[in-house]
Design a protein around this ligand. Sequence first.
Ligand code: TMP
Length: 236
Amino acid sequence: MEKQPMYEGKAKRVYKTDVDGELLVYFKDDATAFNGEKKGTIESKGVLNNKISTFFFNLLSEHGIPHHFISMPSPREMLVKSLEILPVEVVVRNIAAGSLAKRIGWEEGTKLPQTVLEMYYKNDDLGDPLINNYHIKMMGLATEEQVKIMEEYALKINEVLTNYLKTKKLELIDFKLEFGVHKGEVLLGDEISPDTCRFWDSETGEKMDKDRFRRDLGNVEEAYKEVLYRLTGEKA
Ligand code: TMP
């Protein structure tokens, strides 16, 4: 019998498990962009993102960042701690790209003089608008303490990932994180993958992430595969 997902998102399905406090996440090949306006599939994306995320969660464990990842029971499945998601998306930026480049009129690829943190209200109906800490407090999306923890973790994650990726000849341009609460503790959730990060090849500047899909640049699957290969040596 097909198991019924308890939640289905754009790229993942979430199932209950027999264990209290643990959920099973299934990674789909579906890809969307521009708040679901553009739809497609990227062959094997689910497998690639699951494996890439697993790699990053394990790397973050070594640096003491608490997260929801427990294990990868199969190539498309991730076992995680259940989270009450804080409806805030945290974006960290090192180099101007995407919506920031557009908003402030800086050319894509301009190195930011300092790291920038942005908060977005996780709300599909509103198209995930940019908000600030006053909005978060005013709407009660997270407590001040939780915001402080998310900011601290986001900056630390940026440091860990940036340094690691450089050794694999990848530049971490920007990325998006989601957090949630498990047994009173704030944990990193969701995924860390070419869907949620921008990676550029250090030498050629070639885009190795979902922008290849968003902007119809071609070789989307190849780019995701190359990221997995550089991180783990696994040829998908
Ligand atoms: P942006 O430049 O479009 O605001 O994206 C910033 C980063 O956040 C980029 O690495 C892609 C990621 N991102 C998501 O993971 N989900 C989203 O819905 C959006 C808009 C961006």
